[in-house]
Design a protein. Structure first.
Length: 100
């Protein structure tokens, strides 16, 4: 089982907004890459520091619990051509000649 990453970044003030910077897994050309992303949470005048931290933890909860869908590293066509046809389909019988 792969090691789970747990993120707990602190929201920052940028101008008049609370902003959260976090890492996200992105698949490009079948390879995983981690990109740094930015999420504006709320205006500073409507939300305090503790509320911004709660909003950040709620936003990151699916990612930290493993519910966040990362995306497929392999396309369906590639799976069928490289895995299914040679591994499964090749071992199936061509026709059935026994009783019904």
């Amino acid at each position: 089982m792969a090691r789970r990453r747990n993120q707990n970044p602190k929201p920052r003030k940028e101008g008049k907004w609370w902003v959260l910077y976090y890492w996200d897994d992105v698949f490009e050309d079948g390879k995983r890459d981690r990109k740094r992303k930015r999420k504006p949470l709320a205006p500073i005048e409507t939300m305090g520091k503790k509320e911004a931290q709660k909003a950040a933890s709620e936003f990151l909860r699916p990612m930290n619990q493993g519910f966040h869908g990362v995306g497929s590293a392999m396309s369906f066509r590639l799976f069928v051509e490289e895995t299914y046809k040679p591994g499964v389909l090749a071992h199936l019988r061509k026709e059935y000649t026994g009783p019904i």
